[in-house]
Every structure is written in C-alpha cells, then in structure tokens.
Design a protein around this ligand. Sequence first.
Ligand code: ADP
Ligand code: ASP
Ligand code: MG
Length: 448
Amino acid sequence: MLVLKFGGTSVGTADAVRRVERIVRDAGPGALAIVSAFSGVTNTLTRTLELMRRGDTAGAFAALDGVEARHRAMIAELGLSVPTARFTTETIDRVRGLIPALTALGDITPRAADTILATGETLSSRIVADHFAAQGLDAAHLDAREVIITDASFGAAQPDTALIEEAVREKLPPLFARHPAIVTGGYIGATPQGVTTTLGRGGSDYSAALLAAAAGADECQIWTDVDGIMTCDPRIIPAARTVPRLTYDEAAELAFFGAKVLHPLTIFPAVRKGVPVVIRNTFQPAHAGTRVIAHNGNDRRLKAIAFQRGITVLHIRSNRMLGAHGFLAAVFDVFRDHRTPVDLVTTSEVSISVTIDDTTRLDAITADLRRLGDIRVEEGRAIVSLIGDGMRETAGIGARFFSTLRTVNVGMVSVGASEVNISIVVADKDLERAVGLLHNEFFDGGAA
Ligand code: ADP
Ligand code: ASP
Ligand code: MG
C-alpha cells in the first residue's frame, strides 16, 4: 500500500489534477491519495474569516463566491457531471448559512473557524475522486473526519494515534477490497464526537504521515511543485539543487526551521513506524526527488539552508541572573503562560535572548518579563539555519560560516544545540544576501 499526498499546486489546475490521476493510476492498486485544497483556497477561507471578524458580511460573501467560482471552473474544465457541481454548491451554501450569525456575534470561535477552513479539502477531495472515476480509475472517496481523530485544539489539533489506527484498520480494508484507490482530504480531522478540526496550516503533509503510519504503508510520497527537498528554497536561490537523501533528523530540523516543503510535524509518525518518506515533483514525475531515511551511514555532508522570516527577538537583561537559580525557569514560565513557543535561545551571564514568531501575545509577554529585568524587543528579524548531520564533528564549518557572513550583521548565534544545525538571526532586509552568500559558499561547489 502506498500513500500519495498532493499539495495545493499539484491540484491547482485541471492540468495538474489530470497529472495526479496518472500518477495515482501508475502507483497501482492500494493507493491512498491525500489531497490539499486547491492552491490559494485555504488562504481565501482565512481571509473570509478575517472579514467576518471585522463585521464585513458583504466582503465575506464575495470571498466565498470566489471560492465557489474557482471550484465550478475546475469542475467544468474537467468535464465533471452534475452531482459534483451540486455537492460543491451545497457545501459552500452551508458555509454561507453560517456567515450572518457568526459575523453578527463578532466572535468567530476557533471551532467555527475550523469548520469553515475544512471546506477547501472537503471540496478538492470530492472533485479529485470524481475526476478519477470519470477517467475509469474507480476510486472511493473517504471523508478524512472518519479516520483522522484528534483532540479539540482547534486550529492545531493533536492527532490521537491509537484512535486513528483503529479507524484506519476498520475503514480502509473494506474500501480497498472494492476499489484500487481511495481519495481523501488532508489537513482536516474530527474529535471523537465528530466535531471538525484542522491540523494547522500546511497540515496535509501531517495527514499523509499519520495515515501512512497507521496503515503501515510501504511508502509515504509527498508530491509537490519542486524536485524534492533542495539545498535551499528555489524561490530565493534559483541555483538550489535536489538533496537526494536526508535523515529523519535533518528533514525534521529543516522543516522546523522554515523549509515549507514539509510540515514540521510530518516526520514523526513516519519515524515511529519506519515508513520511508519521499518528496517528489508532480510536474516532473520522472525525477526521483528526495528520500528521507532513518540512517545515512557516514554521510556527514551539509544538506541545506533553511530560513524563517517574521521573527521577533526579545532580550532580557538582569543582574538577578548572576548566580541565581530559577531565573531561566521564571523567564520560560512567561512564554508558557502565554502559550508562545520559543525557537532560538542564547544566554550570557546577565542576559538571555529568545526568538518567537507568534507575536499575538507580545505586549502581555513583555509586560510580564519587565518584572524580571530590562527588556528590548527587535522586530523584523529572520533566522537562517545551515543543516547537515554530524556538523559538530566537521572541523572548520563554523569558521567558514562566519567568514562568509563577515559583511552581514549577525545577531544571535546558536551552534551545537543539535548536532545538525547552526542558526543565526539577521535583519530581515539582509536575509536574502546572507542566504545567497552561504549557498554560494557551501553548495555551489558541489558540497551537497
Ligand atoms: P504543497 O502545496 O505541495 O504542500 P508547499 O508550498 O507547502 O507545497 O511547499 C513547497 C514549496 O516549499 C516549494 O515551492 C518551495 O518554494 C518551498 N521550499 C522552501 N524550502 C525548500 C527546500 N529546501 N526545498 C524545496 N522547496 C522548498
Ligand atoms: N490547505 C491547507 C493549507 O493551505 C493544508 C495544506 O495544504 O497542507 O494550509
Ligand atoms: Mg505544504
């Protein structure tokens, strides 16, 4: 059995959907296809929610009209029949029905938001399944809410792997007995009570890994719009090259530090079950892409550069740190109280610097931190990370790294907390230059 996940651009046009059908057909019987919403749809639904929060009912209706038109155009281009169009209108109408009351309330709960955000995958999975059937590929449509069982942390729901395994064992075999392929939507799930949840933005990769792990799939294929995981985001570095093999640790680190090609949580379910993860290009199916594996022997090469924009740095300075125990705990308690994850941390004798990317609670956080010391906030920062297994054992990488960046103002530095990563903070305006210099130094000469 194979799991094949297709991202937003891989189902973004009728031509792309036709490619997806050919890829799934070539995979042979036992293919579980997981699709994202058509590209841009989840963004439009997010904007719809934003308009509702601002009380703009007309704007919200107009945004939703756009979503409907997009799906109707796809249905027409694929030449699908009346039931698919009817399903689309009924699904959108249900969302339309929610808009006036929710907007009037002025309080869109995370639960209501997830119900609306789930529309993209609900529609795309049904349209793709109907296209498969129209092409003679007899695929069953599975509502992801029947198998991706989660807690009720709306917007970033935590999967319940035991319940998912149970559901997968119960639902998949009877479907595969009658159909060579199954199509379901990524990103969405439900609580055991059946309330719709989502796994967080980019979460379709996570759905794929969860289902691949639960089903004990032979492989989890992530089909996207680039030739696998590359030495850097090709949108910034056109010369970036495919990395043929990465370990789980390297891939997780890369995803965590910003390489959008994989959702940061994707790797873990697959690691646990030893399911190989492969990243491939829907638009270049002959390309082998990237294989993510458990061990890479003695491969100590650097693998890639990741980066993350929109970072805020907080510097906390206090003489109370000198020789005091419990000070760091007090600082981290503040971030825990405000449910804000910290990414990088550096400390000196009298100061601690941390980075965050979620600034929704920034004012409250700085107010609390002021009780502990002087606070300085730097906005508009970015994190750049150089990633590769066994970095600590490779003499001279640090020296090369910093001499390459001698013309860039480097803020925080974090080396060696993990064996696979050097991370620094730079001003957002210097990001592209820093990444370009590093890529040139470490990858243009064929190091990867
Ligand atoms: P999908 O919709 O298929 O999930 P995403 O847009 O989420 O696709 O992820 C693919 C994108 O990730 C690529 O188009 C690329 O711009 C970006 N990306 C960032 N870092 C990397 C990297 N190291 N290798 C490949 N792609 C990357
Ligand atoms: N459609 C969702 C998003 O855009 C999930 C995904 O594509 O992975 O975030
Ligand atoms: Mg993605």
